[in-house]
Ligand binder design. Structure first.
Ligand code: ATR
Length: 290
């Protein structure tokens, strides 16, 4: 029951997720169920796109009014935005494009950052009271990866006062990103021996461990003992090898589905101007990711 075709009419607003690959995306499930639950006249499609600029040019005069942007188009989406939210500009990546009703201009946002950081802060606060300052402040915050998601997480760590460390396969990209967030860059090879202190935070933003390569992990199990919390942006499978080993080592784990859900709520609110039906969207997501 992914689409409700009977409702499509001249006023139906069309949305989609642009990516490559995009077949695995859970966003159509979440958004269509949410639209239906409140009777919003909209439809949300998976859109397999090679070139984002060409796609946007081709469909500029259609009823498409908003896009979620995923791999590998988050940097191109920044270039294609006619207006950029300051946070997306600082991150240098856009994961949501919305056509402004007033003049049809495309506005770019980044909700990956807030989606992930919120989930991580909740993980750190579990059982405790909400502190006035972020539980990330002054913690060593290790980000694996320096692509679109890596940039968003690095920005988030920095914004919350953490000491950001970027570990990336291509060291040059880690160095670039680290200089933007006034952090430190290390190579992936150095990660296993990197232990300046205990109780660090680890976030994986690479696709390492994603289905079908579920036996892979970006860090040795032994090194996980230095981390109090581990977040994995990969959500297929939900429990990645990284998260499983982190759990066995005693760290708090935060699933990639949390970030996916949190950023989808923000996109939904931008797309529709309505509050997101969060519980329903989470339920749909959890059913489609088991
Ligand atoms: P996203 O927008 O989801 O962040 P991306 O921009 O394509 O995706 O970035 C992918 C990140 O995952 C990069 O940091 C990439 O490392 P490189 O900069 O060396 O390319 C990292 N990555 C992807 N596959 C990887 C692998 N098999 N091992 C290690 N790192 C990998």
């Amino acid at each position: 029951d992914l689409y409700n075709f009977r409702r499509i009419g001249p006023d139906t607003k069309v949305f989609g997720v642009v990516g490559n690959p995009v077949g695995h995306s859970k966003s159509p499930h979440m958004f269509n169920a949410a639209f239906k639950s409140v009777g919003f006249d909209g439809i949300y499609l998976p859109l397999l796109v090679d070139s984002l600029p060409n796609f946007l040019k081709t469909y500029s005069s259609t009823d498409f009014v908003g896009y979620s942007v995923t791999i590998p188009h988050k940097m191109a989406a920044l270039e294609c935005s006619e207006e950029v939210d300051p946070i997306a500009k600082a991150i240098e990546a856009v994961n949501c494009l919305v056509k402004r009703p007033s003049d049809g201009k495309l506005a770019g946002y980044n909700f990956d950052y807030v989606g992930a950081i919120e989930a991580i802060e909740e993980g750190l606060q579990e059982g405790g009271s909400i502190a006035p300052r972020s539980p990330l402040a002054d913690k060593v915050f290790v980000v694996i990866g320096a692509g679109g998601a890596g940039k968003a997480l690095a920005y988030g760590g920095k914004a919350k006062g953490a000491k950001v460390v970027i570990a990336n396969r291509t060291l040059a990209s880690a160095v670039d990103l680290a200089s933007n967030v006034r952090g430190k860059a290390i190579s992936l090879d150095e990660l296993d021996d990197f232990a300046p202190e205990e109780g660090m935070i680890l976030v994986n933003t690479t696709s390492v461990g994603m289905k079908p390569k579920i036996a892979e992990t970006p860090i040795s199990k032994k090194a996980l003992k230095n981390y109090a919390l581990v977040f994995d942006a990969v959500y297929t499978p939900k429990l990645t090898r990284l998260l499983k080993e982190a759990q066995e080592t005693g760290a708090v784990i935060v699933y990639g589905t949390e970030m996916l859900a949190n950023q989808a709520f923000r996109q939904y609110e931008k797309f529709t101007g309505l509050p997101a039906p969060k519980e329903l969207m989470k339920e749909v997501l959890s059913k489609s990711t088991q």
